[in-house]
Ligand binder design. Sequence first.
Ligand code: G6P
Ligand code: MN
Length: 428
Amino acid sequence: MLADNKDLFPLKRICLYDIRSEHQDIVGEYGKILVREYYPELEEFIYTTDETVAFENVDFALMQIRAGMIEMREKDEKIPLKHGCVGQETCGTGGFAYGLRSVPEIIDLIKKIRKQSPEAWILNYSNPAAIVAEATKRVFPDDYRIMNICDMPISIMDQFGKLIGCTRYDFEPRYFGLNHFGWFTHLYDKKTGEDLVPKVKEKLLNGHVFEKGGEDEHLWDKSWIETYNFMSNILRDFPEYLPNTYLKYYLYPNHVVNTSNPEYTRANEVMDGKSKRTYNMMREVIQAGKLKGTKHEIKPGRGVHARYIVELAACIANHKNDIFLIITKNNGTIPNIDPDMMVEVACRVGINGAEPLSMEPIGTFYKGMMENQYAYEKLTVDGLFEQDKQKLLEALVLNRTVVDTDTAKAVLDDLIEANKDYWGKLFQ
Ligand code: G6P
Ligand code: MN
C-alpha cells in the first residue's frame, strides 16, 4: 500500500518492526523483493526486532499489534461461547480480555516510540480500539499525534458505494458512536451535497445481497459475508441510521450465539484461510525471488485495511484536511454526551491533527447505548490501571453481551485462568 501511494506519500525509509523474528523474516524478505520491484526510489528498507533501530527518527509509526496473537484470539472467542455469550475478538468478554492484554503493551510501545521520536505521528490500528483509546487518552492526554483508528467504516463505505454505483471517494460521511459501535447519519455527495443515505437504505432494505469476492479481503470469507448481510436486519429494526456491522453483536447477542460454532470461530477461519494464504504467498515469492510476472504480482487498488491508514498518513503529511473517522475525545462534539468519552466521529485531518465536526444532540436510544457501552469501557480501563477485580466484574455486567452477574463471574474466572501469562500482576 505504501508503494501504491508513493506519489502521494513519498518516503525515504521504511522500517518494519516486530517482536517475532521467525514471522518477521518472511515478511521482511518478501518486502525486500516488493520494494526492489515496486519502490526502487526508496532509499532504505529494513526490518528489525531491535526497537532502538526501529523507533529512531520516525515521522510516521503505523502500528498494529495483537497481544497474545491468534492463539489468544481463539480463546477470546471460544471462552465466552462456553458460557452462552458472544465470542468475538473485540466485542463483549472476548474484547475485554484482549483489551487487558493489549493496553499495557501499547502504552509501553508508545512510550518507547516517544522517547526516540517525540514528534512522530502514531497511527494505531491495534484493537480493541475503544479500550485502547480510552487508555491512551489517560496516559498521553495532550498528545494529539496519537490517533486511534479503525478501518471498518471504510470497508462498509466501500460497500455502500458499490450498492449505489459510486465509490466512497464520491461522498463524505457523517458518523457517530464508539469504536465498533456506531452509526452513519449522512453520506454527502461531494459534488452536489445530496445525502446518499436514503439510496443506500433502499438497496439494503430491498434485498441486496453481499457476495464473495472483490478487493476487500473481508468479503472473501463466509463469516464476514454473513455479517455484512446482517446489516439489513439491523436497519429493518432500527431504520434511522445506517449501522456499523459490529452492532450485530450488541443488538442481537442471542442470534449471534445461536449461529456460532463454539468449536470453530473466526480465529480458526483466519488461521486456515487468510493467514495461511498470506504466508504461503510470501514464501512462494521469496522462493521465486520476484513478484512481477508471477501470479502474486501486485494489483493496484487491492486491499482495504492498509489503504485507510496510508491515506490518513498521506492526508496528514500533505495537510489535506480530508474527512476521516477517528476515535477522539468528545469534547462537546456530541453536545449531550460526556465530554471525556472517546467517540468515533467524522474529523477533518491535517498537520494539526483531527478536528471533529460538531453534531446535533443525539436521540435517547443512541445516548443510552453509548453511555452504557462507554461505562463498560471505562471500568475495564479503571480495573486494569487500578488492578481492581471488582471494577472488571462491574464492567462485564454492564456489557450488553453479558448482563447477568453469575455469568459475568464465571466468564471472568475462565478468562483470568486463560490469560494468566498476560494479565501479569493484575490478579496476584
Ligand atoms: C475489521 C475491524 C478490525 C478487526 C478486523 C478483523 O477490519 O475494523 O478492527 O480487527 O476487522 O478482521 P479478521 O479478518 O481478522 O476477522
Ligand atoms: Mn476495527
